[in-house]
Ligand binder design. Structure first.
Ligand code: ADP
Ligand code: ZN
Ligand code: ZN
Length: 742
C-alpha cells in the first residue's frame, strides 16, 4: 500500500503531496488524517506529515519511494481531524480529496499582518520621574513633558495617538529616543472584524423552560451522550439565550464554540447579543469582511485569541484546537447547503466535525427541516421544545384571505380589504408594518400579450427580469440588455411586465397610503456594502412606517413596534417545482408571521393567497408545526422522497445538447447494470435547462439505503476517471444524508 503525505497542511501546500510506501506492519494502523514520521530530503531527517490518501498503486517508480517510518500515537491533532473531515466530504458528496481539503481550509493564502508603530517607555520609573521634573522647569520642553507624563501612566502608546492626539513631532521622538527615555518599535497586529468598542452589559437570566433545556443538554454531554440536540422553539422563545448559556459553560471548561447563522440573519443586533456576554473573546466571519480580515479571524481562532466564532457556512472550519460545541441557528435554512460542488450540507459536516473533536452540536429553529425533525423523532437527535415566547409576548393572530373572493368582490388591488383595514388601523396608531413578498425585482418577467413570447436570456434558459430604469437582467449570469418596446418575435407593441414584485408593491402602497413612509429591502436595495444593515436600522429607528421586502426581512430581526405583517402572495413559493416547495412555503409563512408582536403589543398577520386549501398555507396560517410535519411526511412517504427515501440528483452539463443526452443515457445504462436497489428517474431537462450556454440534464436516483447512493457515486466517479472527457461536467447533489444505518 502507498500513502500520499503532506508535511504542511495549509491551503497552498495540499496540491503537492509526497508518496511513501506503507510498510506491511503499519498497514492496519494508518488511515486518512493519521500523523506519521517520514524520512525527508537528502539527509532523510525524520519529520512529521499527515496522510491524505491511501492507494494500492504507486504513481511513481516504487524503487525510488521511501517508507513511512512510524505512526505518531496519541490524540488526533487539529490538522489530522481536518483531513478526516475532508475525507468525509469526499466520500459523502463526491469530489477529489484536493477539492475537499480546500473546503476545510477556507483561507487560501496568508495575509500580511498589519504592522503598527508603538512608543514604549524605556527608562525606569525613577529616571522618567527625574526627566519629568527637569522638563517641567523648561518651557521649551512642553512636548517632551506631555509625552513622558502620559507614558509613565500607560507604558506604551500607539504612534498614531502620540502624533495626532498628543501632537508630538518626529523630531521630539528622536530626541527622547536618543536620551534613552523611549523606544519606537513596531508590532504585528491581527485585524478586527467587529467595530463594537463600548463596554456592554449582559444581564439576562434564563427562565425555567430555557434553563431546563440548557441544563439537560449540558448534563447529557457531561454524561457522554454526544447526540446532537434540536431545539424547536417558536420565534422569540429565547433559543439564542440558551445557546449563549451553553457556550458559556463550554468556554469556561477551556473549549471553543462555533455559531453558524445564515448570512442573511447575521446582523449587528445578533452579534451584539453575543458580544455583551463574551466581549472580545468572540469574532465574526461574514462576506462583508475583506480577505485579510477573514484571514485574521481564522488566525485568532488558531492562536487561541478568541473562543467563539460566529458566521455563516465557512465559520464551520474555524481552526479551533479544542472545539466543544457547534451551534446551528435557523437549522432549516437552505443556505447551509453549499451551492457548488462538492454540495455538502453544513449540518452534516458540523455533526462530523463535532464528533471528531469530542464535542456536540445544538441546532435550533422554529420550523425545523422535515429531515431533522424526522431524526429527532427517531431518537438520533435529542429533541427539546420551547412553546412560549420568552418575554411573555403572545404569538400573533393569523388569518387567511382568499384572493379569489377579493376579485369576485371587485377588489383588483394587491391589498385585500382585510389587510387594508388593518394597515389603516396601524398607521393611525403609529405602529409599524411589514409587507412580505417572496420575490425580488420590479416584476417577474416581460412578455408579449399578442403572441405570448417571454423574453429570455440568450445564455440561460430563464426569463429576464425587468428592473426599474429600463433594464432587463438575467439573475443567473448577470446578462443585461435594454428593455424592448416591441416584441422581438411578432413585432407587436403590446409587450410589458406582468406579475408583481417588491418595487411594484412599494409603488402601489405609496399610491394607496400617500402619508405613510416606506422602506424597501430586496436584492436591488441591499447590493451595496452594509445595505442590509442600513435599511434594518432605519426601520428599527422608526424612520419608516412600512417595510416592504423579500424573504431577507423575515429572518431573526426584532422590531418591537411591528404589530402587523402582511404576506402578499403566500403561493409564490409553492410552485418552485421541487419536493421542498411545501416545506419552504410553510417555513416562510411561519418565520414571516413571527415578526409580528415581538413585544407586549399584540400582533396580526394577514396571509393573502390563491390556494387557501393547500396544507402548507393552511398549517402556516395555523402556525402548527407538528400538523404540518405530519402532512408533509405523509406526502414524502407516498412519493418516496427524503427523509423517508434517500435521493441523489446527478447534474450533467455540456455545450452540445445531443452529446449531453447521449452521455446521460450511457451513465444510466451503467447504473441499471449494478445490483444496487435503486430507482432511476430521468434523465430529464434540469429545471433551468441552460446556464451560461451549457445545457443541463438531471438524473434522479432513490434508494432506501444511503450507502447505495454513495456507491453509485463512486461507480460514476471511477467511470469518469477511466474515461476522462472535458466536454462534460458532472455534479452530485445528495438530498440530505439519510438516517444512520443500523
Ligand atoms: P429566538 O432565538 O428563539 O428567536 P431570542 O433568544 O431572540 O429568541 O429571544 C427573544 C427576545 O427575548 C430577545 O430580545 C431576548 O433578549 C429576550 N429574552 C430571551 N430570553 C430571555 C430571558 N430569560 N430574560 C429576558 N429576556 C429574554
Ligand atoms: Zn409577440
Ligand atoms: Zn443568463
Amino acid at each position: 500500500m502507498f500513502a500520499e503525505i503532506i508535511v504542511d497542511i495549509s491551503h497552498e501546500k495540499v496540491d503537492r503531496p509526497f508518496e511513501y510506501i506503507i510498510p506491511d506492519e503499519l498497514e492496519g494502523q494508518v488511515r486518512r488524517g493519521s500523523q506519521v514520521n517520514i524520512p525527508f530530503g537528502r539527509s532523510n531527517k525524520l519529520i512529521r506529515g499527515f496522510i491524505l490518501d491511501i492507494k494500492d498503486k504507486a504513481s511513481f517508480d516504487v524503487e525510488k519511494l521511501k517508507s513511512i517510518d512510524s505512526v505518531v500515537t496519541g490524540s488526533t491533532t487539529l490538522e489530522g481531524s481536518m483531513i478526516e473531515l475532508a475525507d468525509f466530504i469526499r466520500t459523502n458528496y463526491g469530489s477529489t480529496m484536493n477539492q475537499a481539503l480546500k473546503i476545510v481550509l477556507p483561507i487560501k493564502k496568508s495575509a500580511s499582518p498589519v504592522v503598527e508603530k508603538y512608543i514604549f517607555l524605556e527608562a525606569d520609573d525613577a529616571a522618567a520621574q527625574e526627566s519629568i521634573e527637569k522638563y517641567t522647569k523648561d518651557k521649551r520642553s512642553a512636548a517632551k513633558l506631555r509625552l513622558l507624563s502620559e507614558l509613565v501612566r500607560e507604558k506604551v502608546l500607539p504612534y498614531q495617538i502620540v502624533r495626532d492626539k498628543l501632537n508630538i513631532s518626529a523630531q521630539t521622538l528622536k530626541a527622547l529616543e536618543k536620551e534613552g527615555l523611549i523606544r519606537v518599535d513596531s508590532r504585528e497586529n491581527l485585524r478586527d472584524a467587529l467595530k463594537i468598542k463600548a463596554k456592554q452589559e449582559y444581564n439576562i437570566r434564563l427562565n425555567a423552560n430555557q434553563q431546563a433545556v440548557a441544563d439537560d443538554i449540558w448534563e447529557r454531554y457531561k454524561g457522554g451522550d454526544l447526540r446532537p440536540s434540536l431545539i424547536r422553539g417558536v420565534t422569540g422563545s429565547g433559543k439564542t439565550e440558551v445557546y449563549i448559556n451553553i457556550i458559556d459553560r463550554v468556554v469556561k471548561e477551556g473549549h471553543q464554540a462555533i455559531v453558524l447563522i445564515p448570512e442573511i440573519a447575521l446582523t449587528y443586533q445578533t452579534v451584539l447579543r453575543f458580544y455583551k456576554k463574551f466581549g472580545d473573546r468572540i469574532s465574526v466571519i461574514n462576506s462583508s469582511l475583506t480577505y485579510a480580515q477573514r484571514h485574521d479571524q481564522m488566525e485568532k481562532a488558531k492562536r487561541g485569541l478568541v473562543d467563539i466564532i460566529i458566521g455563516p457556512r465557512s465559520a464551520l472550519f474555524a481552526p479551533f484546537k479544542n472545539l466543544g460545541v457547534i451551534i446551528i441557528d435557523e437549522e432549516h435554512e437552505g443556505t447551509y447547503k453549499n451551492e457548488n460542488a462538492p454540495k455538502y450540507h453544513s449540518r452534516e459536516v458540523a455533526i462530523k466535525r463535532a464528533e471528531l473533536a469530542g464535542g456536540f452540536v445544538v441546532m435550533g429553529s422554529a420550523t425545523p427541516s422535515v429531515e431533522t425533525y424526522y431524526k429527532a423523532e427517531k431518537g438520533e437527535f435529542a429533541l427539546y421544545t420551547l412553546t412560549e415566547r420568552a418575554m411573555g409576548a403572545h404569538l400573533p393572530r393569523t388569518e387567511l384571505v382568499d384572493m379569489r373572493t377579493e376579485l369576485e368582490a371587485g377588489n383588483r388591488s394587491i391589498v385585500s380589504r382585510r389587510l387594508n383595514e388593518l394597515i389603516l388601523d396601524r398607521l393611525s396608531r403609529h405602529e409599524q408594518i411589514i409587507l412580505f413578498l417572496n420575490r425580488r425585482g420590479y416584476s417577474s418577467f416581460v412578455s408579449c400579450r399578442k403572441c405570448g413570447t417571454a423574453i429570455k436570456c440568450p445564455h440561460c434558459d430563464v426569463s429576464l427580469k425587468y428592473h426599474k430604469g429600463g433594464k432587463l437582467m438575467c439573475h443567473y449570469c448577470g446578462y443585461e440588455t435594454p428593455m424592448v418596446s416591441t416584441c422581438p418575435t411578432c413585432g407587436s407593441k403590446y409587450i410589458g411586465t406582468f406579475g408583481i414584485g417588491t418595487q411594484k408593491i412599494e409603488e402601489e402602497i405609496n399610491r394607496l397610503y400617500p402619508d405613510a413612509v416606506t422602506l424597501r429591502m430586496d436584492y436591488d436595495t441591499t447590493r451595496e456594502k452594509d445595505g442590509h444593515e442600513k435599511i434594518l436600522s432605519a426601520f428599527a429607528n422608526r424612520e419608516a412606517d412600512i417595510l416592504i421586502g423579500t424573504q431577507m426581512i423575515v429572518k431573526g430581526h426584532d422590531f418591537a413596534s411591528v404589530t402587523l405583517v402582511g404576506i402578499m402572495a403566500a403561493d409564490l413559493s409553492l410552485y418552485s417545482g421541487d419536493y421542498l416547495a411545501a416545506e419552504r412555503t410553510f417555513q416562510l409563512l411561519t418565520q414571516a408571521a413571527g415578526r409580528a408582536g415581538r413585544s407586549s403589543k399584540e400582533g396580526d398577520v394577514v396571509i393573502q393567497t390563491y390556494s387557501p386549501d393547500n396544507y402548507a398555507v393552511r398549517r402556516g396560517a395555523e402556525q402548527d408545526y407538528i400538523e404540518f410535519y405530519k402532512d408533509e411526511l405523509q406526502f414524502r412517504r407516498i412519493l418516496g422522497y427524503p427523509p423517508v427515501m434517500n435521493m441523489l440528483g446527478i447534474l450533467f452539463a455540456a455545450e452540445d445538447d445531443v452529446f449531453l443526452a447521449r452521455y446521460c443515457d450511457k451513465i444510466k445504462g451503467l447504473l441499471t447494470g449494478t445490483d444496487r436497489k435503486i430507482q432511476i428517474i430521468g434523465p430529464a431537462q434540469a429545471s433551468v435547462s441552460k446556464i451560461n450556454d451549457k445545457y443541463r440534464r438531471v438524473l434522479y436516483l432513490k434508494a432506501a439505503r444511503y450507502s447505495d447512493l454513495t456507491d453509485i457515486k463512486d461507480i460514476i466517479e471511477n467511470y469518469m476517471d477511466e474515461n476522462p472527457d472535458k466536454n462534460i461536467n458532472v455534479t452530485f447533489d445528495f438530498s440530505l444524508m439519510g438516517s444512520k444505518e443500523v
